[in-house]
Design a protein. Structure first.
Length: 275
């Protein structure tokens, strides 16, 4: 059985949503958590909720040097780094033909390069230690189609590929790698608009309603965190949550045409309602 007590953990994008829930769940189990977020004030609030032993830092995962410095600070404070949770992420919604390259660039910078920066800062140290765990947060959209979220889906497929490949490399070196692939989760990201500093597409679907149609109602984030930690304790490679999402993932593996048809029909219905 895995004990999280006194584990030195760094979580990115932990000012809200999944990152916050994982930080609180780990702290509750005795981990020494460093909470990081691009919003430093939000990170401070979550660290305060985590209680004694938690640290907070403002961190933009797009900055590789900043990620390296924060991992270094975590090691300096804790003597090592046991768990690196690469959670920071963002989404861009809309018809792909109405988006611009800038939308894809931003998603790549945060969702892919941000994870790479976390891996490359923590993984070599874990190899040197002979132990450690990297948890990359992807999505069910990284295991199948996610229309109207093509840039996001592309990025999460990349995170899954990075994670499963690194898992095979790290196993004999004492480093465990897991990738978390949840369906829609009840977090602020679900209702967030596209970044305001990017060109605004002429239309964006109601992603909450659309994703609910594809994979069921959003899952409570606190339950996700508890379920994820249980799956990590079992060292599952690809962690798909909740149960209905696992069923959809398995269906896609044995009958991909059914998932494709469901996605295509859902797209047609949304466009029809739009008029």
């Amino acid at each position: 059985m895995v004990s999280w007590k006194d584990q030195v953990v760094l979580v990115t994008g932990a000012g809200s949503g999944i990152g916050k829930a994982l930080s609180l769940a780990l702290a509750k189990r005795g981990a020494r958590v460093t909470v990081t977020d691009i919003d430093g004030a939000a990170a401070e609030r979550v660290a305060a909720e985590c209680g004694a032993g938690a640290r907070a830092a403002q961190l933009d995962v797009r900055d590789a040097a900043a990620v390296e410095r924060e991992v270094q600070a975590c090691v300096h404070a804790g003597g090592r780094i046991d768990v690196m949770v690469n959670n920071a992420g963002m989404g861009v919604g809309g018809e792909t033909y109405q988006l611009e390259v800038a939308h894809f660039d931003r998603v790549l910078d945060v969702n892919v390069r941000g994870v790479v920066h976390g891996v490359m800062a923590a993984y070599p140290r874990m190899v040197k230690q002979g132990s450690g765990r990297i948890v990359n947060v992807a999505s069910l959209a990284g295991l199948g189609p996610a229309p109207f979220l093509t840039a996001y889906s592309m990025s999460k497929h990349a995170v899954v590929g990075l994670s499963t490949s690194l898992r095979a490399e790290g196993a004999a070196l004492g480093v465990r790698v897991n990738v978390l692939c949840p369906a829609a989760i009840e977090t602020p990201l679900l209702d967030a608009d596209n970044p305001s500093d990017l060109p605004k597409p002429p239309w964006r679907p109601d992603l909450r309603a659309f994703l609910t149609k594809l994979a069921g109602p959003p899952y409570p984030v606190d339950r996700l965190a508890d379920d994820a930690l249980a799956a990590l304790a079992r060292n599952e490679s690809v962690i798909v949550l909740p149960g209905r999402a696992r069923a959809l993932w398995r269906l896609g593996r044995v009958a991909p045409w059914l998932v494709e048809k469901g996605s295509t029909d859902a797209v047609a219905e949304v466009r029809k309602r739009r008029g």
